[in-house]
Every structure is written in structure tokens, then in C-alpha cells.
Design a protein around this ligand. Structure first.
Ligand SMILES: [Zn+2]
Length: 335
């Protein structure tokens, strides 16, 4: 089969063996894969992985074969898969049913082979069936949408939380923005791309800030929040420099939520955090069932987030485009 393999220095589309199944796995014929910042970080050498590795973890497809211990009725089902594999079901976190933090977990497309290939073998406990109303391309958003829902699972809203600032309007930022609007929060959206800001406005963001066109982002946010700063500030930028503005634009006793997982090595002003009693939340993988429901009920629009679609053979071109284009939100690879 064809697969996009990262060999430690570059990404190559090559012929590899179709994975064989253990008794508890299913074989998925991959139909669509969404590219994300993690994939880019791997390809650029900024996120160490075992190599060679097939990358890709936001995917959808059809089950074509099942292992000996898996119900054969799964064959032919349209599915998506969670990414935290190799769960031991016995560790401290598993006993608490926090499987995404299992101490034995390995992430698909990061620690073990992923989905940018004709086929992928996946543990059956990771599989979720998707309704026929969802296209394979739409279904690639289920994994990031679950992560977006997790933002509010880890940071329950309180009565005083009326507004939220979202820094960074990539895929994750625009998914969280839609969920925040469903929760009746006033949204202030920040990005350097007018195209993304327009999209945020279309979804219902109340205020827009082009960070490249204002002197001080934090000052602008204070103007919009009666001089106080925002109740909640969410970082979806992946840009370490944004953290300075993120801290200073949060109100005293406000909430900061970090979603970015890369490049945040910059020192932050801890004194300001302590003196103003800010709380930092973080979150990552989330509830797939909720994401599937949100998409199925048309509460969340993902089609507006699809920027470009490529075939597997052109995956290198896709990454080039991803790196270059500031207006780009989501690239999908069809297989
Ligand atoms: Zn475990």
C-alpha cells in the first residue's frame, strides 16, 4: 500500500506492507486525513518521533477487516478513531476511566504508525461509527473537535464568565469559538489574517482584532472589556510570543486556557499571574461522542474550515502550502 512515511529527515510517499492485524484490531481503509500542527512539527523535526513512521492522526475511513476477537459486524462501517492507543486498562488513570492519560498510551501518527496511508490497523476500542450524513472530510474534524469540547470539560464556566478571547483562529481556535458561542459567551477573536477574522465574524464573534494592525493587543482587549481584561483567554496560537499578551489581557482572577502544544518555551510573567490570582487551565484529547453529536446536529460548521484538499501523492505539496499560507485553516488529504 501507499503511505506517507517520515524517515527522520523528510516525508516520502512510498510502498509499504499493509499492516497485519492482532486479534483486537480492525483494518481501516483510510478515506480522508486532516493535517494539523503536530504533523507539521514532526515533518519539520520539531517533535521527536520514532522513525520511520507513517504520520497522520485526524482521519476517517471504512473498516475492511477485523481481528479474530472483534465482531465481524464492524466490517463495512464508516468510522473514525481516537488517537491514544496501546491502553493498558489497568493503570491509575485507566482505573479512573481517564484513558487518554493512560501511562502506557501511544499516540497514533506520533508514537506509532498513523493514517496517511491506504490502510491503518487500529485497536477496536478506539473506533466510533459515524452517521451517513457526515462526509469523510467532515469526519476528519471529529478528533480536533473533541479536543475543542475538552476545553470546557476541563474549565467549567461560572456565572461571572461572560466573555472569552480566542488567540489564534486556526482550526482549533475556530472550533472552540463555535462552542463558546453555543455557551452564550461574547467572543473576541484575534489573528493576523483578515480572512480568518472575517470567518470568525461570520460565526458570530462580537469583536475582531488583527494583531498585526494594532499597537497593543492587550490594550485593545481592555478597551473592549471595560478596562478589566477578559474573563477567559484561550491560546490557540502555537506562538510563544503570544503568551505575554495572553497573560496581560486576562482580568484579575480570570482564566487562561492553553491549547497550543508547540513552541511555548517562552518565559511568562509569573509575578503577574500570582499577584492577580490568575488560573491556568490546559486540555487536550476530548469526548468523541460529543464531537460526533455536535457535527451531526449541525451545531458546528466544519466545511467553512476546509481550505485545500490534496491526494496522498501530493502530500509534500500540501505541507509546503500549510507552511506558507497564513490564511489557510485546514488541509485535508483524500486517499
Ligand atoms: Zn492505563
Amino acid at each position: 500500500m501507499k503511505a506517507a512515511v517520515f524517515n527522520g529527515t523528510e516525508l516520502i510517499v512510498e510502498d509499504v506492507k499493509i499492516p497485519s492485524l492482532t486479534p483486537t484490531q480492525v483494518l481501516i481503509q483510510v478515506k480522508a486525513v486532516g493535517l494539523c500542527g503536530t504533523d507539521l512539527a514532526i515533518v519539520e523535526g520539531n517533535l521527536p518521533t520514532p522513525t520511520p513512521i507513517i504520520i497522520g492522526h485526524e482521519f476517517s475511513g471504512v473498516i475492511t477487516k477485523v481481528g479474530a476477537e472483534v465482531e465481524s459486524s464492524w466490517i463495512g462501517k464508516r468510522v473514525v478513531s481516537e488517537i491514544n492507543s496501546n491502553i493498558d486498562f489497568s493503570c491509575y488513570y485507566c482505573k479512573k476511566e481517564i484513558y487518554t492519560q493512560c501511562i502506557s498510551r501511544k499516540a497514533i501518527g506520533i508514537d506509532i504508525d498513523g493514517a496517511l496511508a491506504d490502510y491503518i490497523a487500529v485497536e477496536s476500542y478506539l473506533i466510533h461509527e459515524i452517521p451517513n450524513s457526515l462526509s469523510f472530510n467532515e469526519a476528519t474534524f471529529i478528533e480536533p473537535l473533541a479536543a475543542a469540547y475538552q476545553t470546557f470539560e476541563m474549565m467549567p464556566l461560572e456565572e461571572d464568565d461572560n466573555n472569552v478571547v480566542i488567540f489564534g483562529l486556526g482550526k482549533l481556535g475556530l472550533l472552540i469559538l463555535q462552542i463558546a458561542l453555543l455557551k452564550n459567551l461574547d467572543v473576541i477573536a484575534i489573528d493576523g489574517s483578515n480572512k480568518k477574522l472575517e470567518l470568525a465574524k461570520g460565526f458570530g464573534a462580537l469583536k475582531l482584532i488583527n494583531r498585526l494592525q494594532v499597537k497593543s493587543v492587550a490594550q485593545k482587549i481592555k478597551e473592549y472589556t471595560e478596562g478589566l481584561g477578559a474573563d477567559i483567554v484561550i491560546d490557540c496560537t502555537g506562538n510563544p510570543n503570544a503568551l505575554i499578551d495572553i497573560v496581560s489581557s486576562c482580568k484579575t482572577r480570570g482564566k487562561i486556557h492553553i491549547k497550543s502544544t508547540h513552541g511555548l518555551g517562552t518565559p511568562i510573567n509569573l509575578t503577574d499571574l500570582v499577584v492577580r490570582e490568575l488560573t491556568i487551565f490546559t486540555s487536550r484529547c476530548g469526548p468523541f461522542a460529543k464531537a460526533i453529536e455536535g457535527l451531526s446536529k449541525n451545531q458546528i460548521n466544519v466545511n467553512k474550515l476546509i481550505s485545500e484538499i490534496y491526494q496522498l501523492d501530493n502530500v509534500k505539496e500540501a505541507f509546503e502550502s500549510y507552511k506558507k499560507n497564513r490564511d489557510l485553516i485546514k488541509i485535508i488529504i483524500n486517499i
